[in-house]
Write a protein that binds this ligand. Structure first.
Ligand SMILES: C[S@@+](CC[C@H](N)C(=O)[O-])C[C@H]1O[C@@H](n2cnc3c(N)ncnc32)[C@H](O)[C@@H]1O
Length: 293
């Protein structure tokens, strides 16, 4: 895919090219930088991240041998998990060499490097053959991208019939609030630490964009409470490891800490929500996949 008319999405490399050790101290053992899922509410961060990935696999119907595109794969916690535990062939895109090197070293240790292909390339430049993949996931990466509709259209072409497009993302409660938030100075500060977030939309808008790209909407779930707990557990880990984290990245760490505390506050005040949303490419036989609840 090559997306024209693209918008400068800010410098998210500032956030993702930092020391992986910093994020090992912050995140779960798989290095997922996105919300977990708490079935009972008392799970650890490690358990919640595994429950999230198993839930997504059930919603989409992941099968061994299928090809999965992970758009904005981070340190590849999800990509490595699906390659190892679901025996999928996973192609991940990130903008960061540091993240790719980290992911491939871990994959070699686990003996799954032949099922994982991490590409340092913007998803806007991803070269994808038509009908070559079974599923596409965006776990909290599409917030960095303005070109959602063009990306969804490109995903539609790349997916085989019945293939699933799955997006987990923070969003506004209603799309009419978008301008209000975009002009807010607090959001401008978040952009400096995290890279562009001004592209955030409501989940209704995310679904509308999927429909525009010809996907059949088939799943949505509000996981805002799960993100509150994830953020609270990340902030607890910051409290536990703040000295080591500050020593590793003295300039970056104070901004990261403020950003995560602010994110937790906006989630607690319900100014920001998080949804899982999925659409399916028109199946050849029109038997829709029924997601598990
Ligand atoms: C919040 S992290 C989420 C990482 C991962 N999906 C997870 O759940 O652990 C967002 C990721 O999106 C990536 N990203 C942002 N813009 C991108 C682009 N245009 N192309 C590829 N990756 C991008 C960043 O490099 C980062 O790895």
């Amino acid at each position: 895919m090559s997306i024209e008319n693209r918008v400068d999405t800010g410098d998210s490399a500032v956030h993702y090219d930092t020391s992986p050790r910093l994020f090992e101290l912050l995140l779960d053992k798989n290095m997922n930088y996105s919300s977990g899922f708490y079935a009972n509410g008392d799970e650890t961060l490690d358990q919640a991240q595994i429950l999230k990935m198993d839930r997504v696999a059930a919603i989409c119907g992941f099968q061994p041998g299928q090809t999965l595109l992970d758009m904005g794969c981070g340190w590849s916690g999800p990509a490595r998990y699906f390659a190892e535990y679901y025996q999928m062939n996973v192609i991940g895109y990130t903008l960061s060499d540091v993240q790719r090197d980290f992911a491939m070293a871990k994959a070699k240790q686990r003996g799954i490097a032949d099922r994982l292909d991490i590409r340092v390339c913007s998803v806007l430049d991803a070269e994808l053959e038509d009908e070559s993949v079974d599923h596409v996931i965006f776990f909290e990466s599409i917030i960095h991208m303005w070109e959602k509709l063009d990306l969804f259209k490109a995903c539609y072409k790349a997916l085989r019939p019945s293939g699933m497009l799955f997006v987990q993302e923070s969003n506004y409660d209603r799309n009419s609030n978008t301008d209000k938030f975009r002009k807010d100075r607090g959001f401008q500060l978040v952009d400096e630490v995290f890279g562009n977030t001004a592209t955030m939309v409501s989940t209704g808008e995310m679904m509308r964009l999927m429909e525009e790209a010809e996907f059949l909407p088939c799943y949505t779930e509000n996981i805002s409470n799960h993100y509150k707990t994830t953020l609270a557990q990340w902030c607890d880990r910051i409290d536990q490891h703040s000295e080591e984290m500050a020593a590793l990245e003295p300039e970056f760490f104070p901004g990261l800490r403020k950003y995560l505390m602010m994110a937790l506050a906006t989630y607690r005040l319900e100014g920001t929500l998080c949804h899982m949303t999925a659409g399916q490419k028109t199946p050849n036989n029109w038997k829709l996949h029924a997601p598990l609840r």
